[in-house]
Design a protein around this ligand. Structure first.
Ligand code: FAD
Length: 475
């Protein structure tokens, strides 16, 4: 008898509850990774994120083999083939138990349900673990026992519950007596992705849980204490840069939290940097929970149903200018060019470009959501959908529709000397620190080759507020 671990976005050995539980049975472990072509066409995924998975699998097959755990890889065309493929593998290898770490979006829940049913029908014991969040969905509830819609009270309750947990990451899996079957070769792994567009971003984003843990340690030791003052400045590397590793599961949120608490001796509020960074991890968790509590967000629907009547513009040409970073608003253009070049964008800028698209251009947030998923190496459905719905004021009500960021004043505040703009919009590099935020307002106008703003920020803001006001309040 052998145990099976189905790996998905949890590509690590340490603090992997499913892998750990399988190894504890000490009856031989096979890990399996399934690549489904239909998933890649149905759900947008960045070529850099696919390649990130490929690079992690290369490392994992070797690391797992050192523990005498074999990695098998399977490629299927359709989602409906995943369960039968796993059932076949289980039959061929005499699998008695199957473990996996939960994924929360609706399609993933349905997929896992199918696998669960088929394997159980075959006599396999199936166990679903939780690694993507510190507190599993359904546990953070208000006095009435219902889910929170607003972050601040959610966070208060989350902190109460988390402070009672041990928060100790689980060990890497125990070494097994022998490899139950051969491990996937490098060619097997590459074959999974053949014919698919891949983008190698290994220089900024090297693969591996060792890299992720080292980045975490460095951030906690050197940058955490300054996080509160630096995190909003896109020209400064003041954030952890861990999102790609958390998204693909090379790092767990519990490992991130444990590293902070170990540094502070268990003090959750050691300084403003510590409490603010923990707060960001809780935002991440909030959005993971929302997709379970408000599953309509997994079906391209607004979390706040009354906002669905908003008449979003279908404007493909304007959308193309936004995508290319040719809007005529320097901070927006710099941000979009950073995204296109690096597969990543600073959080402050994600909020700015999302608000600009939805509130100034009035373009459907779903267009932006999709484009982000097509580009981001840290693309994560829950965080991305949550961020877009927050910015569009269709989601959690922390961003009332009348509070619309002005990208020019935000630029003056968070990139005061225009360093970030100069880096990504070189046509503006020669402008003064004052003129660079709004070159159209400078006496000489924008330099040749740089466009005038594609939209009047003030007028579009007013029009959007009026449209939102006409929708009424949430019931
Ligand atoms: P740090 O500031 O170091 O934060 C640590 C970790 O906390 C991050 O790695 C991330 O996992 C989590 N986190 C931080 N801020 C947020 C937040 N606002 N919401 C949720 N989690 C957060 N994050 C993704 O991981 N994937 C996405 O697809 C994604 N799409 C977004 C789309 C929009 C429109 C917006 C506004 C935000 C989005 N975010 C997304 C959240 C956030 O921008 C990134 O997590 C952050 O920029 C990653 O940088 P970092 O790792 O240096 O973060």
């Amino acid at each position: 008898m052998t145990a099976l671990v189905w790996l998905r976005n949890d590509l690590r050995l340490h603090d992997n509850p499913a892998l750990h539980a399988a190894a504890e049975l000490r009856q031989g472990v096979i890990a399996v990774y399934v690549h489904c072509d239909a998933y890649v066409t149905r759900f947008p995924i960045a070529p850099s994120r696919l390649d990130f998975a490929r690079r992690h699998l290369h490392l994992l097959t070797t690391e797992l083999a050192r523990h005498h755990i074999a990695l098998q890889v399977l490629r299927v065309a359709q989602v409906s083939e995943i369960a039968p493929a796993l059932a076949r593998l289980a039959r061929d290898h005499g699998i008695s138990h199957c473990f996996f770490n939960a994924e929360y979006p609706l399609d993933e829940l349905n997929r896992d349900q199918q696998v669960n049913q088929l394997l159980r029908a075959q006599g396999v014991t199936v166990k679903r673990c939780h690694d993507r969040v510190v507190i599993p969905p359904g546990k953070v509830r208000n006095e009435a026992g219902t889910p929170y819609k607003v972050f601040t009270p959610y966070k208060r309750k989350w902190l109460q519950l988390a402070s009672l947990l041990p928060l100790r990451p689980v060990e890497a899996p125990a070494h097994q007596a022998a490899l139950p079957c051969p491990s996937a070769s490098a060619q097997d792994i590459d074959h999974l992705f053949e014919g698919q567009e891949l983008r190698d971003l290994s220089t900024p984003w090297p693969a591996g849980e060792a890299v992720a843990r080292a980045r975490l340690q460095r951030f906690v030791a050197q940058d955490l204490d300054h996080y509160q003052t630096q995190r909003d400045l896109p020209a400064v590397a003041g954030t952890s840069g861990l999102s790609p590793y958390l998204a693909i599961g090379a790092l767990s949120p519990r490992q991130a939290l444990a590293a902070v608490l170990s540094r502070t001796g268990g003090d959750w509020n050691a300084n403003a940097g510590v409490s603010t960074w923990i707060s960001e991890l809780i935002w991440r968790e909030f959005y993971q929970h929302l997709v379970v509590d408000y599953p309509q967000v997994c079906m391209h629907r607004a979390m706040q149903v009354h906002t669905e009547a908003f008449p979003w513009r279908q404007a493909p040409e304007d959308f193309a200018l936004w995508r290319q970073g040719r809007t005529g608003i320097p901070i927006i253009d710099a941000a979009m060019r950073q995204l296109n070049a690096t597969g990543w964008m600073h959080n402050r800028l994600r909020m700015l470009v999302a608000m600009f698209l939805t509130k100034n251009l009035q373009i459907d947030w779903r267009w932006g959501e999709r484009y982000f998923m097509e580009q981001l190496i840290d693309g994560d459905f829950a965080a991305n959908n949550g961020g877009w719905q927050w910015s569009a004021s269709t989601g959690t009500d922390a961003a009332p529709y009348f509070r619309i960021f002005n990208p020019i004043t935000q630029s003056q505040r968070f990139d005061p000397r225009g360093q970030f703009i100069r880096l990504w919009v070189p046509e503006l590099a020669g402008l003064s620190d004052k003129a660079i935020h709004a070159p159209h307002l400078a006496p000489s106008g924008p330099p040749p080759g740089y466009p005038a703003p594609m939209v009047d920020l003030g007028a579009s803001r007013k029009a959007t507020i009026a449209l939102f006001a006409s929708l009424g309040q949430a019931p």
